[in-house]
Design a protein. Structure first.
Length: 110
C-alpha cells in the first residue's frame, strides 16, 4: 500500500501519528480519484488532468492591498478565468467566486 500511494517519509513514530498520516494520505488519494472521475464525466477545455486543474485553480489568488504604515488592508480576488469558473461550476461551487460570497468573507472582486 505504501508504494502504491507514494507516501513520503514520516517523522511521526507514535501509533496515533502514523495512523493520522496514513489516514490523510488515503483521503488525499480518494479525493484525487473522485476529482479524476468528475473530470471524465464533465469535459472542460484545457483541463486534462487533476494536476492541471490544481494549477489552474492555484492562479486564482486573493491579495492584500494597502498603504505602507497603514494597518488597514483590502482583500482583492484576481479575475477568474473561464476555466476556473467552469471547474467551480462542475463541483457546484460557483458561489465561491460570486460577489455576495466574497463580500461575506471580506474580499472584494478585482
Amino acid at each position: 500500500m505504501k508504494s502504491f500511494l507514494k507516501f513520503q517519509p514520516t517523522f511521526g513514530y507514535t501509533k496515533e501519528h502514523v495512523r493520522a498520516h496514513y489516514t490523510i494520505c488515503i483521503q488525499s488519494y480518494l479525493l484525487d480519484v473522485s476529482i479524476s472521475n468528475k473530470l471524465r464525466e464533465n469535459w472542460i477545455e484545457g483541463v486534462s488532468s487533476v494536476n492541471k486543474m490544481y494549477r489552474i485553480l492555484k492562479r486564482c489568488e486573493i491579495g492584500k492591498l494597502g498603504l505602507k504604515g497603514d494597518k488597514s488592508r483590502i482583500l482583492k480576488l484576481t479575475s477568474m478565468t473561464n476555466a476556473q469558473k467552469n471547474i467551480l461550476e462542475m463541483f457546484n461551487c460557483k458561489y465561491l467566486g460570486m460577489k455576495n460570497h466574497l463580500k461575506s468573507i471580506g474580499v472584494k472582486k478585482m
